[in-house]
Design a protein. Structure first.
Length: 375
């Protein structure tokens, strides 16, 4: 400006800046017979430094970030700084690495400062690094339920996630698979298999990774018992239960009614022994109970078997007789007590037409003899 001034101000053009120098000349005019004079100087033009910290970015707090989009030109030196909680390495390069602190989230400014050449001013540029927190997923222990009873999933929590979805290895269903703690309804197939794996898949906030966890649902069957078949026994014989069965139980017990009917040993096993009281006869109920597993509420299921205690049989072959030689006689055995279902055996067998009935006919009697009957 004002080229007629001794202290003119020169503003370089774009072309001057591009060329990097310009020659400035001053001409003086004497106004008389003296010669005019000219002098020149070379003005070197240094380009202003340029700094570009790169575009804003989003990362997850379990990842480090390498700055790849930064650039700088016409500078003497450069240095990065930040206002975060993490660490920045390679601060004098265009590709430093920011390592977030444990648990760090939010916005961090990464600042690139470029020192200009010669008399040029320093230049600063910034980028915004958004740090999203990674998923925190916690679960409780494995689960149990009784047969087809629905089970409420509890103790599952998640932070820093966008959505979740439950799946099952079985064929049961969730009341709402998008809830953190839904209710699972086991299917018939699940009950048959005895278990199902329940998996929660949690989606992280972009760009954070997804996460998953698995619970095992054990499906417990209710107790099933069978006390066996009713039986008739003699009151002088101990009886062992052999036809009872039980499954899916944590404890077994047997009791007798009436209590005066006898004694019971090994009463917490499948095969207890019953000893009738001397002289007792009549019906005895053996009550069989099984306690289910806790998942089924420790329910008690019961069944019973009835023992009919019969008195020991008393047999009478009849009165002694005197009969003619070579004659046959008809006998009539009488039994009291016992089960009422008897088998007969008259001895000696060869002297009877049919020794296996209560009133057999003898063969011809030729001498004195003693006849026996066994029942």
């Amino acid at each position: 400006s004002n080229p007629a001034s001794l202290n003119a101000v020169y503003t370089p053009s774009s072309s001057d800046i591009l060329n990097g120098l310009v020659v400035l000349s001053i001409n003086t005019y004497s106004g008389n017979t003296c010669k005019d004079t000219t002098d020149s100087m070379m003005l070197k033009i240094q380009k202003q430094a340029i700094a570009n910290a790169g575009p804003d970015q989003v990362i997850c707090n379990d990842d480090s970030y390498v700055i790849l989009g930064a650039s700088a030109s016409d500078f003497d030196s450069l240095q990065w700084s930040h206002n975060g909680l993490g660490t920045l390495s390679g601060i004098n390069t265009l590709s430093p690495v920011y390592e977030p602190a444990v648990g760090e989230s939010g916005s961090v400014k990464l600042t690139l400062k470029v020192t200009g050449l010669s008399t040029c001013a320093d230049v600063i540029d910034q980028m915004n690094l958004t740090i999203n927190p990674s998923i925190i997923l916690t679960t409780s222990g494995n689960l149990e339920t009784c047969e087809s009873s629905p089970v409420q999933i509890t103790g599952v929590s998640a932070q820093n996630y966008s959505s979740n979805l439950w799946t099952s290895s079985g064929s049961g269903s969730f009341d709402n698979p998008a809830k953190l703690n839904p209710v699972y309804h086991p299917s018939t197939s699940d009950v048959t298999n005895g278990s199902a794996s329940l998996t929660i898949n949690v989606n992280g906030v972009v760009p954070c990774k997804n996460s998953s966890a698995q619970l095992v649902l054990t499906i417990v069957r209710n107790a099933i018992i069978d006390a066996g078949r009713d039986t008739i026994i003699c009151n002088n014989i101990d009886f062992q239960v052999t036809g009872a069965s039980a499954s899916n139980y944590q404890a077994l017990t047997w009791t007798i009614m009436p209590e005066s009917s006898g004694t019971l040993s090994s009463a917490t096993t499948l095969n207890p022994f019953f000893s009738p009281s001397p002289g007792f006869s009549g019906a005895v109920n053996l009550l069989f109970r099984a306690t289910a597993y806790p998942a089924c509420g420790s329910n008690i299921v019961s069944d019973q078997v009835t023992l009919e205690i019969a008195k020991s049989p008393e047999v009478d072959a009849g009165e002694d007789r005197t009969v003619p030689e070579f004659s046959s006689i008809s006998l009539n055995g009488i039994v009291n007590g016992g089960s009422g279902d008897y088998s007969w055996d008259w001895k000696p067998n060869q002297f009877f037409v049919n020794p296996a009935i209560s009133n057999p006919l003898s063969t011809a009697i030729t001498s004195d003899m003693t006849l026996f009957v066994y029942v």
